[in-house]
Design a protein around this ligand. Structure first.
Ligand code: 13P
Ligand code: SF4
Length: 344
């Protein structure tokens, strides 16, 4: 598409949420990126948290971590540009060792991925020998390499149930683990949290958790929900499962980012509050002008925010930042990912 066509498409979607000068400026960047993408035989995967102009202009596929992992495993392009955060780009590399995987910004990390190391997992396994390790996809490759199976927010409870094991180690998100415990009816403990009750034995617990948290989702509270319900009694409240169990239970629906998008698309409610990264509300509002998306405040993930159209253009021009995973770790990290993809 040339500039006029790109601008028209972006204007029709984003006209109500962005000023015209920004749409024009970003349409110019999008045209260059889309041309380079063709020239270099690249595919762009965009997470649902990308800022609205990027989300609605350059990705070939948008989605949640599970959908993007699946698509990353299927592509025949030479280059995968991951408009998301580092653990997502690493996942694409683990599944596609022969391809060049690029992350447009070097610093795009994740508070959950940084909350646990491979040594931490080895120590947990020593402490609880034989207990299977379920690892959230929001972790780095060396942590995945120590795990039995991965999961995402879209399949966490199903993965735990699939193991048919009385006790599992579930890392690293404390809140996701607690939400899975509620859904699967399991009792949960956190062995690194002090003080520990004296009488616990491995038989007393069924989910052994870790205390990582998402720095975005831990901010939402039940009080936020009560305040919004007072002002907008008909509002439909959706919470990501990285929110606390109290917040999830006080909401009307909880699911992965794409499950939330689908829920809003199907539901007939007049207004919605998404307890998740704030770009998602803008992205849904851009595609669905008939749906009113309420804003609690702008809670933006600082890591996702590193990914911009400018950085994506530079990434394609300079082939930067190339994601590499040491082969020995990649081979071991691939197994838990493939186990997950096979069951979901
Ligand atoms: P999803 O897998 O639901 O897209 O979540 C990824 C994430 O990082 C949420 O904060
Ligand atoms: Fe990580 Fe939270 Fe950002 Fe998702 S929103 S990438 S879990 S810090």
């Amino acid at each position: 598409m040339n500039f006029e066509q790109t601008y028209e498409v972006m204007k029709s979607k984003l006209g109500r949420i962005l000023p015209d000068f920004e749409i024009k400026y970003k349409a110019e960047l999008a045209v260059q990126i889309n041309q380079l993408k063709k020239d270099k035989n690249a595919i762009i995967l965009g997470h649902n948290y990308m800022e609205p102009a990027l989300y609605h202009s350059i990705p070939d596929i948008v989605g949640d971590s599970l959908e993007l992992s699946r698509r990353a495993a299927q592509t025949d392009k030479d280059i995968i540009i991951f408009c998301g955060v580092r653990f997502m780009a690493e996942t694409a590399k683990i599944l596609n060792p022969g391809k060049t995987v690029l992350l447009p910004a070097q610093k795009a990390g994740c508070s959950l991925a940084e909350s646990i190391s491979a040594d931490d997992v080895r120590n947990l396994k020593k402490k609880f020998p034989g207990v299977p390790v379920v690892t959230y996809i929001n972790t780095y490759a060396d942590v995945k390499a120590e795990s039995d199976i991965c999961c995402t927010s879209g399949n966490a409870a199903a993965v735990v149930k699939s193991l048919k094991s009385e006790t599992v180690i579930f890392i690293p998100d404390e809140y996701l683990a607690k939400n899975v415990a509620v859904e699967t009816g399991k009792h949960i403990i956190f062995p690194t949290r002090k003080p520990r009750p004296k009488k616990e034995t491995v038989l007393d617990y069924q989910i052994i958790g870790w205390t990582g948290r998402c720095e975005v989702h831990e901010k939402f509270t039940v009080e936020d929900i009560e305040n919004i319900r007072k002002q907008f009694p008909e509002v439909m409240i959706l919470a990501h499962p990285e929110c606390s169990p109290e917040v999830v239970q006080a909401s009307d629906f909880s699911g992965s980012t794409s499950a939330m998008v689908r829920y809003v698309e199907k539901s007939g409610a007049p207004s919605y509050l998404l307890l998740t990264e704030c770009s998602m509300g803008d992205n849904i509002a851009a595609s669905h002008p008939d749906k009113e998306m309420l804003r609690l405040c702008s809670v933006r993930c600082p890591h996702m925010n590193e990914i911009t159209l400018e950085e994506t253009l530079q990434s394609l021009l300079k082939i930067r930042y190339v994601i590499d995973v040491p082969e020995e770790i990649r081979i071991r990290a691939r197994q838990p990912l493939e186990r997950m993809l096979a069951i979901s």
